[in-house]
Ligand binder design. Structure first.
Ligand code: SAM
Length: 276
C-alpha cells in the first residue's frame, strides 16, 4: 500500500469511527438520560417502553455542532468512539513513531466503551502490515465502577457508574471490530475491573498505553499496573486530563515516581508523554 493510500484509509477510518461524515441524528431519549432527575428518568423509561411496543422510538433533536463532535466534546449516539478526530490523530502519530523507532511492545487502551480507539489502533497496525504487535482491549464491559471514596477521596460523589450509556458489552465491541474487518488474533480482550485484569501476565511489554477510565481510581489502577511495562520511549496517552479525578491521579503518579518527562497537550483534554 502506498503512503498516500494508507493515509486515505486511516483518514476515512477516523471520520467513520467518529461518525463525523454524517450529521448527528436525533438522540433516543433512553440514551440521553444523564443529568435528568430520577422521576423524569422513570417517566421517560415508561413512555419509551409504551411507544417502543408500537415501534416508535422517542428521540430529541441533536443540536451538537460539527466542531463539538470533531473535538470529542459529546457523548455521541452512533459513533464508535467519543474521543474526536484530534485524539485519533495523536494515536496515529504515536504508533507511527513507535514503528519508526522500533520501540518494542504491544498497545493497550484501558477504557474502550464501543471500542473505536482500539479499532483504530488495529487499523494503523494493519495499514503498516504489522503482524507482531497486539492490541489489548481492557474494560469492565459493564460501565464504570462505583467510587471507592475511602481509598480514592477524589472520586467521592462520582456518578458516572449510573450511566448505562457508558456500559457496552464485550460482544458489541467485538462486533464493531468485525464490521471493520479488524477482529483477529492480534486483538485481545481483557474483561473486568482494571485492578484485576491489567496485571495479566499476557501483557509483557507495551509501546503505547492509552488511559480512558475517567475516574481517579480507574486512572491510578491503570497507571500502577501498566506503566512499569511501558518501554523506554513508549507513549502514555491520557484522555481525561480535563476531569479533576483523572488529572489528580496523573499528577499524583508522576510526582510520586519523580517523573519529569514533558506532558504535551493534544487538545482540550488529551495529554501524552514519552517514558524516559
Ligand atoms: C469514556 S469511556 C471510554 C471511551 C473510549 N476510549 C472511546 O474511544 O470512545 C470509559 C470506559 O472506561 C470503562 N471503565 C472505567 N473505569 C473502569 C475500571 N476501573 N475497570 C474497567 N473498566 C472501566 C467503562 O466501562 C467505559 O467503557
Amino acid at each position: 500500500m502506498s503512503a498516500e493510500t494508507r493515509q486515505l484509509y486511516l483518514d476515512l477510518m477516523k471520520k467513520t469511527l467518529t461518525y463525523t461524515l454524517w450529521p448527528e441524528p436525533p438522540i433516543p431519549l433512553m440514551q440521553s438520560d444523564y443529568g435528568r432527575h430520577a422521576i423524569s428518568r422513570a417517566m421517560v423509561s415508561i413512555l419509551s417502553k409504551v411507544f417502543g411496543a408500537m415501534g416508535i422510538e422517542l428521540c430529541r433533536e441533536s443540536n451538537f455542532t460539527e466542531r463539538q463532535r470533531a473535538e470529542g466534546h459529546i457523548w455521541p449516539a452512533y459513533a464508535h468512539t467519543m474521543i474526536g478526530i484530534r485524539r485519533l490523530e495523536n494515536l496515529q502519530q504515536c504508533i507511527e513513531v513507535v514503528l519508526d523507532e522500533h520501540i518494542e511492545g504491544d498497545l493497550i487502551e484501558a477504557g474502550v466503551w464501543r471500542g473505536g480507539a482500539c479499532i483504530f489502533m488495529r487499523a494503523v497496525l494493519a495499514a503498516f502490515q504489522v503482524s507482531d504487535r497486539r492490541v489489548f482491549v481492557a474494560d469492565s464491559f459493564e460501565g464504570l465502577p462505583k467510587p471507592d471514596a475511602g481509598k480514592h477521596p477524589a472520586d467521592e460523589g462520582d456518578r458516572l457508574h449510573v450511566h448505562s450509556f457508558l456500559s457496552v458489552s464485550e460482544e458489541e465491541v467485538a462486533d464493531n471490530f468485525r464490521k471493520y474487518g479488524l477482529l483477529d488474533d492480534q486483538v485481545i480482550f481483557l474483561k473486568g475491573w482494571f485492578k484485576n485484569t491489567l496485571y495479566s501476565t499476557s501483557i509483557n511489554q507495551l509501546s503505547l498505553m492509552r488511559l480512558d477510565g475517567d475516574m481517579y481510581g480507574s486512572t491510578m489502577d491503570a497507571l500502577e499496573a501498566l506503566y512499569p511495562k511501558l518501554s523506554t520511549g513508549g507513549f502514555c496517552v491520557v484522555d481525561d486530563y480535563a476531569l479533576p479525578g483523572c488529572r489528580a491521579a496523573v499528577d499524583d503518579y508522576r510526582e510520586s515516581h519523580g517523573m519529569k518527562s514533558e506532558m504535551r497537550e493534544i487538545d482540550w483534554t488529551g495529554r501524552y508523554w514519552r517514558k524516559d
